[in-house]
Design a protein around this ligand. Structure first.
Ligand SMILES: Cc1cc2nc3c(=O)[nH]c(=O)nc-3n(C[C@H](O)[C@H](O)[C@H](O)COP(=O)(O)OP(=O)(O)OC[C@H]3O[C@@H](n4cnc5c(N)ncnc54)[C@H](O)[C@@H]3O)c2cc1C
Length: 374
């Protein structure tokens, strides 16, 4: 049994940023992450072996009004750049119809992390005490006794005890995996179950190239299609002038995608890109496909079936009851603003940490540590 001030369940952006805030406040914590990697829905894979650049298979953008993302990236010295939108956009209306070309891709001012969002995850993790992040720690047991949470995997591989618990995973997934409902104030478990996990039912395809041939043709890389399988395509280059790539969101429902062989499906996506951007699109360096609906630590079966909807979970009415339980929620779905987005994960984590810091005062666990000897 290991004792800490705060146990954080989930090593995505919300969980790691919670740990970052807790460390700054002088509180000890452990982040328990079910899988063997940190980042959750953030996933950047290397453009090519040993390349420092990555392509984003989860989130891509953050936006100019999102100050927390920009402040955090600046604090961690991670550079970002503007999404490439110079040139025309394409529209595929129906099979057999000629692709239409529109002047100007539109003023979608959006920012991207140079080399991939995983850099943010890695930098947050690197700032933490290495012992405070545990991979391969799926939490399935939650108990509360004598004002302390006891958190473990039920098989006795690990147990942590703390007066405070931050749950930083999609709410409805938590409800499915943990005996959480019995501890919650009346009505909250129904609210959590009804909260969709943003983008959990989506799939993303990325193709990397030696050069951004679409730009040379005066195209931004933006394309919209009612033909598919990709419905919305953008320039996904890892930096403004490096790691050329295109990405697209897959438009087919998760159940239909599940019936396809991955390589066959990638070939379909490339065929569509070639129809839009010409045969250069077939000359890839690499292709990537990530179906989030198949990820058991992100999507529940309900997420895979429902249309994508921004979460609207108002924890305000439950805040006092949760504070009394020493329980906070730090996944993006719990944010009162920017819910579902990266910025929302930062908002939710900030609130969860602020509640704990307000309730906790100086760290009793640290105070209990024996003073260092001479
Ligand atoms: C395809 C896609 C595109 C997106 N595009 C954008 C975008 O462009 N801009 C934007 O702002 N946002 C975007 N998003 C949303 C963005 O990814 C999320 O807002 C953000 O990553 C959520 O972080 P989180 O920490 O709240 O949750 P998650 O990233 O889901 O992290 C939760 C973590 O908890 C772990 N976990 C779950 N259950 C347990 C358990 N029982 N025990 C231990 N660990 C557990 C999971 O393994 C995971 O690592 C996109 C998402 C996807 C999938």
């Amino acid at each position: 049994m290991t004792k800490v001030d705060v146990v954080v369940v989930g090593g995505g952006l919300g969980g790691l940023y919670s740990a970052y805030g807790l460390a700054a406040a002088g509180l000890s914590c452990v982040v328990l992450e079910a899988t063997e990697r940190l980042g959750g829905r953030i996933l950047s894979l290397p453009v090519a072996d040993a390349a420092p650049l990555g392509v984003d298979l989860g989130p891509t953008w953050f936006w100019p009004h999102q100050r927390r993302m920009q402040d955090l990236l600046a604090e961690l010295r991670i550079p970002w750049f503007e999404q490439y939108i110079e040139g025309d956009a394409l529209y595929q209306m129906e099979p057999g119809m000629a692709t239409q070309r529109f002047p100007g891709a539109g003023a979608m001012a959006a920012y991207r992390v140079r080399g991939g969002l995983q850099r943010l995850v890695d930098a947050l993790a690197a700032s933490l005490d290495p012992g405070s992040v545990r991979l391969g720690h799926p939490v399935t047991i939650l108990e509360r006794e004598g004002g302390l949470w006891r958190v473990g995997d039920g098989a006795g591989h690990f147990t942590f005890e703390a007066p405070h618990l931050i749950l930083a995973a999609p709410p409805r997934l938590l409800l499915e995996r943990l005996p959480l409902a019995r501890w919650l104030p009346a009505g909250l478990s129904e609210r959590l179950a009804a909260t969709p996990t943003w983008m959990a039912g989506q799939a993303k395809f990325v193709a990397t190239y030696r050069r951004p041939f679409w730009r040379a043709a005066g195209l931004a890389g933006d394309a919209f299609s009612r033909v598919g399988p990709l419905v919305q395509i953008h320039d996904a280059s890892a930096d403004r002038e490096a790691g050329p790539a295109l990405f697209g969101f897959v438009g087919l429902p998760a159940a239909v995608r599940a019936g396809h062989d991955e390589e066959d499906f990638k070939a379909l996506c490339l065929h569509q890109l070639a129809g839009l951007f010409g045969d250069h699109a077939l000359d890839t360096v690499n292709t990537y496909l990530k179906d989030w609906a198949q990820d058991p630590w992100v999507a529940t079966p309900r997420d895979a079936m429902e249309p994508s909807m921004h979460p609207e979970l108002d924890l305000g009415p439950y805040r006092d009851a949760l504070a009394a339980l020493g329980l906070g929620f730090a996944a993006t779905e719990a944010a009162p603003m920017e819910g579902g987005l990266l910025e929302g994960a930062l908002v939710a984590a900030e609130l969860a940490v602020a509640d704990i810091v307000a309730a906790h005062g100086p760290s009793p666990v640290q105070a209990r540590q024996p003073a260092a000897g001479p």
